[in-house]
Write a protein that binds this ligand. Structure first.
Ligand SMILES: Cc1cc2nc3c(=O)[nH]c(=O)nc-3n(C[C@H](O)[C@H](O)[C@H](O)COP(=O)(O)O)c2cc1C
Ligand code: SF4
Ligand code: SF4
Length: 293
């Protein structure tokens, strides 16, 4: 739930410049003779834009900690677009990890980067579960594999395939068939002691949000994107684990292992660790389909 409350304007500090009114997307702040007032007809988003833009520091918001509004670097000292581009190019899905843990402090920095992302209606409804216990990670891996083994077995029986089709639909059956060679390989490698699901990474992060937030999943993806880029900047590697999210929604036992309550949607999962290999160059991404309309 988004916190409530309205911004408070200090009459002694306000110069009535109007900047806060200009950035208030929901028109909560209304211009006035002396100073703006939070008299608009819509609820406040608690987005903090008014506080962030005020040149005299006249605005505070009861639901936001003033210490969390940090001074930004002057733009001249800011990010060189060439360096940012290099960071974007440098991020890879890392599938080979060094035997080195990720500290709690680093995880907290990643999450702090994550929550700078935009979120639908500023709900910020994301929850981050961080799993680092090797036994639990092994348990999670085995559970995911068991689900896929069972699904593949169901595909092979006439009756069970028909029942599966009824439950998950045609499209999911086709996707499973398409993924079958990959899944068979993941299962075979598991029996050889190799982890093709969580890639033997020391950390698994699962992002989940309340079902009632219609933009929860989309927002979580933006947070994960921030996390992946921040991780790259910190010398860490990440890899999205779609094989987990694809089945977690239907398996309560897996949700329990991941620490996700039943009324939440599992939006994303990613593994994090120190890369064992260094990528020396970026890759060739396909030309994007672009239409200027
Ligand atoms: C939605 C989604 C699901 C993914 N699931 C997996 C996965 O289960 N296992 C895996 O190794 N990589 C997974 N990936 C990583 C992609 O395979 C990877 O992004 C793609 O091959 C391009 O490589 P790059 O990330 O290094 O540019 C996933 C990526 C996305 C966006
Ligand atoms: S931005 Fe600050 S100084 Fe300007 S009108 Fe709003 S409260 Fe007053
Ligand atoms: S916090 Fe956001 S929505 Fe609320 S008054 Fe300030 S700018 Fe407007």
């Amino acid at each position: 739930m988004r916190p409530e409350g309205l911004p408070v304007i200090d009459a002694d500090l306000c110069t009535n410049c109007g900047r806060c009114v200009a950035v208030c997307s929901t028109d909560v702040l209304v211009a006035g003779e002396q100073r703006p007032a939070p008299d608009g007809p819509t609820p406040c988003f608690v987005c903090g834009h008014c506080v962030a833009v005020c040149p005299t520091g006249a605005i505070t918001h009861p639901s936001m900690n003033p210490e969390h509004f940090r001074e930004l670097l002057p733009w001249d000292d800011g990010v060189d677009p060439r360096l940012l581009f290099d960071l974007l190019r440098k991020r890879r899905s890392v599938r080979s990890y060094a035997d080195r843990p990720v500290s709690e402090e680093d995880v907290m920095t990643l999450i702090e980067a994550g929550v700078q992302a935009p979120s639908g209606l500023n709900e910020q409804s994301w929850h981050f579960n961080v799993i680092q216990d090797p036994d639990r990670l092994a348990h999670i891996r085995r559970r995911i594999l068991a689900i896929y083994v069972s699904l593949l077995n169901m595909l092979d029986g006439t009756l069970s395939r028909a029942m599966l089709r009824l439950t998950v639909g045609n499209h999911a059956i086709e996707s499973l068939e398409e993924a079958r060679p990959l899944l068979n390989n993941i299962i075979a490698k598991h029996h050889d002691g190799q982890d093709r699901l969580l890639w033997d990474a020391p950390t698994l992060m699962v992002v989940h949000s309340p079902e009632e937030d219609p933009a929860g999943t989309e927002s979580a993806h933006y947070a994960v994107s921030n996390i992946m880029l921040m991780a790259t900047a910190m010398g860490l590697g990440t890899c999205v684990v779609g094989f987990l999210t694809a089945v977690a929604e239907r398996d309560r036992r897996l949700q329990e292992l991941l620490g996700v309550p039943p009324e939440h949607t599992i939006d994303a999962a990613l593994v994090i660790g120190y890369p064992a290999e260094e990528y020396l160059r970026s890759v060739d991404k396909r030309a994007a389909a672009i239409d200027f309309i």
